[in-house]
Design a protein around this ligand. Structure first.
Ligand code: UD1
Ligand code: MG
Length: 460
């Protein structure tokens, strides 16, 4: 039986932000969401988060993010230290089994490392996750028995450490696994007679030693897993490390990134073979890129399916859309939710498409809007043309048949249907259905005023 306690009550003063620290995002997800995501993979009976600063906001965000996980929250008010934080969770802990303690602001802990820590504890030992750091200052130091270095004797906080102890490179990462029954016993005995007048969770190490409970240490696979976020600088550093790792994984799978340092994935990206991604692209949510897709520089693509051979030109924004095989989109195009482009569709610069389907080979190459429209095959939609889909109260559909040619600067006032093969003269405002195969024009006739003279600038 496993319980997981995640400490997330701290204020995060150095973030200098009104937002609770654990709700700041890394790769598009809250820090605490990363930790809970890993915790949820470990099969615990309960995931108990200790909240304090911004508790209501933190709890609501996590319940929304993990509707099905066995989440529980306990509040710690005021915050009197990490030992005091875990004390708040005691009423929710099981009677036996193991407790794993994680930190809400250490987002990149991996499932495999947590499992290694649990294995080191083995239901009977106190297992600490430790790491040797080039600069250990600020951290709790792992004090080992000089005669038997495999024996851990305690953790001494930086502020309480002697100069000799401060020279120790091995630090406590803030994560441990231990038998729940012993944890409860030790928590009840904590005192705050230290430099910070706090109840230190780390004091239980010396208690375990005194009780004859073995204390062991496990190490993470990478330092990045145990780095915490206390400042905007640390947040940005972890973000870049995380993005680099994602970029490396994609490149290892054959994706060609023009520059792995200028790539951001905030979600999941599935790529076929021979995908090229130029610099400064941001992918969010769930994005699929088919074989041979090329994405130009500076594109933002969220929740999209882009089929094989499609080319997304630079500065294109895609959100909640589908792009068909060998389609050409951009530069400077915008596909909004419900845009579904068929194969070989062309969407050019400054064209916006929303909640519209375009069949094979349809083209809207310049400065146009298609909203709530059904567009047939091989349609040519002229520059400056728009669907007037909104009457101020309701949205209406525009249906454009196959092989329709819409001239430039037309307004299609929905609901309206243009029959197959219809041609719409440039500058028309079309409020009635246009019959198939015929030319419809709706604009004032051109007149020439005989004898008209341009006004002259008056003198004096
Ligand atoms: C703690 C450890 C230290 C370790 C370091 C690793 C203690 C006493 N010290 O130090 O050995 O090297 O983490 O980062 O445990 N929190 C609460 N309530 C509180 C206090 C803290 O929920 O009353 C939460 C914080 O939000 C944070 C975590 O516990 O997520 C760690 O707290 P922090 O103040 O950063 O502990 P450190 O002093 O850095
Ligand atoms: Mg800290």
């Amino acid at each position: 039986m496993l319980d997981i306690v995640i400490m997330a009550a701290g204020k995060g003063t150095r973030m200098k932000s009104n937002r609770p620290k654990v709700l700041h995002t890394l790769a598009g997800r809250a820090l605490l969401q990363h930790v809970l995501g890993t915790a949820a993979s470990l099969g615990a009976q309960r995931l108990i988060t200790v909240t304090g600063h911004g508790a209501g906001e933190v709890e609501a965000a996590m319940r929304a993010a993990f509707p099905a996980a066995p989440l529980a929250f306990v509040r710690q008010e005021p915050q009197l230290g990490t030992g005091h934080a875990v004390q708040q969770a005691v009423p929710l802990l099981g009677d036996g089994g193991t407790t794993l303690i994680l930190n809400g602001d250490v987002p990149l802990i991996e499932t495999a490392t947590a499992q290694a820590l649990l294995a080191a504890s083995g239901g009977q030992r106190l297992a600490l996750l430790t790491i040797a750091l080039a600069d250990p200052s600020g951290y709790g130091r792992i004090v080992r028995d000089a005669a038997q270095p495999e024996r851990v004797l305690g953790i001494v906080e930086h502020k309480d450490a002697t100069p000799a102890q401060r020279a120790i490179a091995e630090v406590y990462t803030g994560m441990m696994a231990l038998p729940t029954a012993a944890l409860k016993r030790w928590l009840a005995a904590l005192k705050n007679d230290n430099a910070q007048r706090e109840y230190y969770l780390t004091d239980i190490v010396a208690m375990a030693v005194a009780d004859g409970v073995p204390v062991v240490a496990a190490q993470p696979a990478a330092e990045t897993e145990v780095l915490g976020v206390n400042s905007p600088q640390q947040l940005a550093d972890l973000e870049r490390r995380f993005q680099r790792a994602q970029a490396e994984a994609l490149m290892a799978a054959g994706v060609r990134l023009a520059d792995p340092a200028r790539f951001d994935l905030r979600g999941r990206l599935a790529c076929g073979s021979d995908v090229d991604i130029d610099v400064n692209c941001v992918f969010e949510g769930q994005v699929t890129l088919g074989d041979g897709v090329r994405v130009g520089a500076n594109c933002v693509i969220r929740d999209a399916r882009i089929a094989a051979g499609a080319v997304i030109q630079p500065f294109t924004h895609i959100d909640g859309a589908g792009v068909g095989e060998s389609a050409l989109v951009g530069p400077f195009a915008r596909l909004r939710p419900g845009a579904e482009l068929g194969p070989e569709v062309h969407i050019g610069n400054f064209v916006e498409v929303k909640n519209s389907t375009l069949a094979r080979g349809a083209k809207a190459n310049h400065l146009a809007y298609l909203g709530d429209a059904t567009v047939g095959e091989r349609v040519n939609y002229g520059a400056g043309s728009i669907t007037a889909n909104y009457d101020g109260a309701n949205k209406h559909r525009t249906v454009i048949g196959n092989d329709v040619h819409v001239g430039s600067n037309c307004v299609l006032v929905a609901p309206v249907t243009l029959g197959d093969g219809a041609t719409i003269g440039g500058g028309s405002t079309i409020g009635k259905d246009a019959p198939a195969g015929q030319l419809s024009v709706a604009r004032a006739r051109q007149v020439t005023i005989a004898g008209w003279k341009r006004p002259q600038k008056q003198k004096g």
